[in-house]
Design a protein around this ligand. Sequence first.
Ligand SMILES: Cc1cc2nc3c(=O)[nH]c(=O)nc-3n(C[C@H](O)[C@H](O)[C@H](O)COP(=O)(O)OP(=O)(O)OC[C@H]3O[C@@H](n4cnc5c(N)ncnc54)[C@H](O)[C@@H]3O)c2cc1C
Length: 505
Amino acid sequence: MKTPDNRIVIIGAGLAGLFTAIKLAPLNVDLITSKKLGYGTSSQWAQAGIAAAMGKDDSIISHLKDTINVGGGIVDEKIAELVIKNGPDRVRDLISLGVSFDKNDQNELILRKEAAHQHNRIVSVRGDMTGREIMETLTSVVKKSKHINIIEGYNAIELHQNKNKIFGVTIQNDTSQKFLESNCIVLATGGIGQLFKVTTNSKEALGDGVGMAARCGAILSDMEFVQFHPTAFDIGLDPAPLATEALRGEGAKIINSNEDRFTYKYHEAGELAPRDIVSRAIFNEQKTGSKVYLDCRGQLGNNMKDNFPTVYDLCIKNNINPIHDLIPISPAAHYHMGGIACDEYGRSSVDGLYVCGENACSGIHGANRLASNSLLEAIVFADIISNDIRINSNNMNIGNYNYIPPKVKKLDMSDLNRLRDIMTKYVGVERDQKGLEKAFKLVKDIYLKYNNSGYKNNSIITALLIIKSAINRTEHRGSHYRIDYPIKNVALTRRSKITYEELKI
Ligand SMILES: Cc1cc2nc3c(=O)[nH]c(=O)nc-3n(C[C@H](O)[C@H](O)[C@H](O)COP(=O)(O)OP(=O)(O)OC[C@H]3O[C@@H](n4cnc5c(N)ncnc54)[C@H](O)[C@@H]3O)c2cc1C
């Protein structure tokens, strides 16, 4: 690196950011996180685990097939193969760092099954505590690592480039702003769930990394594809806690106020149908005014304390006894398949800007994500990116630049709430042209309010890019459901691309 003290900047300290930082040793790293290290991430809430073809009866080909099958015809197969092939080694890396995945009496990893996987291949920790265990382990490794300088409580607000080459990032907290010069930045700011009213994502998942990269000139891909998880707790909490899919695998039923198992009207697999179908079934049931519940009563509820301790604790804390009581549920924005486009090295279209984790769009998920493939993608790309940086670090020059301090503002609470209402109403589980156009206009009004007073906001840009991409895709594919175009259009079997300029705002 030709920066004064050879520093690489990583923005975001979820699984993607932490694992990249650890892997970059002994290169010096500044790790920026908007919260205290270990907090404010979606990674810590991940329940089910990491998909990796490690079973005796499993194979890379089988995992690849499953990934392609759910991806709506637009999975980048080369990338998917790359990620899946490297998965088992990266899981072993996590084990060597101290993550204690569940093992059987013969000291072999216990591999669990999830929806749409043909084989048992999910490594997990105590049933549903995977994210917490991984994050606690990696956080403690990072704290002990001399090559990592942790900068807590700062938000990255602007990436700076000159002639499409990164030269630094501006970060700010409530009282100060700083510029960090670097020609090598890894963006790992996570998802976009908080742009919607009901979401399982942490409060920090405002999509600001994606908007920031877009303003810096990066190409975005597949922005229209947002996965809604069908079974989030509907008890007024934000984020809405997740009732893991594995519960349905164990026999939990989805019922309405009349106790009908209505999901069978939508798909022969009922509760075990793909996520988008179950989400739409629940959404439509709610439209009729009915409440929807997860029914774990009886033996499943009785076993929950041991087998699903996270969900059990949530129930008890909220006065729900799963042995006797129904759990109110609703679909919730859960995962963004789209993001900043990257190649097989995790490089974005801006020189020196790498992207890792949920804010990246490598193409492995296509139009829909196979369960437990996202933590997998994060750990594999963290390794790939750190190797690429190591190889290229001596060839990266910072060059001359002219730094202009940016003016970027958080959304006021009332604007954020308005944005979340608009996104949920018009850009949610079901979409149509009229609603999307209305959403674009309403969100653009919020954008202009900030712009006209001299400020940028990154989350608004991300929302506009999602809406525009959803307008452009006039079909139903994967998680993107258009009521006005309810079938797949073969002519649109391709990944989408969009840039900030194309918003024409
Ligand atoms: C409830 C839940 C359960 C899940 N279960 C699974 C599962 O079982 N298996 C699976 O594969 N996937 C699962 N997922 C998805 C998976 O957890 C996420 O995709 C993954 O953890 C994302 O990791 P990340 O490091 O990219 O982002 P995150 O873990 O969200 O971390 C993002 C980081 O960026 C920081 N940040 C954000 N913006 C800024 C900014 N502007 N400046 C500075 N810092 C910033 C945040 O504070 C945070 O530190 C689940 C998701 C949720 C919400």
